[in-house]
Design a protein around this ligand. Structure first.
Ligand SMILES: [Cu+2]
Length: 165
């Protein structure tokens, strides 16, 4: 408002405060103020997705997950194994095998994930037997995204698809 007032005072001082001059100042101010709100997409309600490992099997208890576009997703991974560690890694389409290979090279101390892997959208570190891990991230653009466990040897079966609609 300070800008508008000072502008108006300035125009007044110039003797230009007629109906036309003043309304054009107001329109310009309103247009500038509303622009940011118009460009940010409306946020969908937050979504919680639960997934778990199936006993001592090298699989998740579900291989499909779904969430709406523009949602904030919280994914909970419950590790039901008594012996195995698992993680959960969401990959860009077509990169799941590469992410797993790079993760294996990175090793256990890196949770079998390459540092700052550009193919990874979201991930959990290795979750120990009996424990649960959570990660919150913004839904990527609508599409189908592979997820997997990158512990060596697990990703052949321990995988699925997150669909963003
Ligand atoms: Cu695993």
């Amino acid at each position: 408002m300070a800008t508008i007032v000072s502008r108006r005072e300035f125009l007044k001082s110039m003797g230009l405060v007629g109906g036309l001059a003043l309304s054009s100042v107001i329109v310009a101010a309103c247009g500038g103020g509303s622009a940011p709100a118009a460009t940010s997409a409306p946020a969908a309600a937050p979504v919680t997705l639960d997934i778990a490992s199936k006993g001592e099997e090298l699989v998740y208890d579900k291989n499909t997950l779904e969430a709406p576009a523009n949602s904030k997703i919280t994914l909970n991974l419950k590790n039901n194994s008594t012996a195995l560690s698992h993680n959960w890694v969401l990959c860009k389409p077509g990169t799941a095998d590469t992410v797993a290979t790079d993760g294996m090279a990175a090793g256990d101390t890196k949770n079998y994930l390459k540092d700052n892997d550009a193919n990874v959208i979201a991930h959990l570190p290795l979750i120990k037997p009996g424990q649960t891990g959570s990660v919150t991230f913004n839904a990527p653009a609508p599409g189908a995204y592979p997820f997997e466990c990158t512990f060596p040897g697990h990703n052949a079966l321990m995988k699925g698809t997150l669909t963003i609609k």
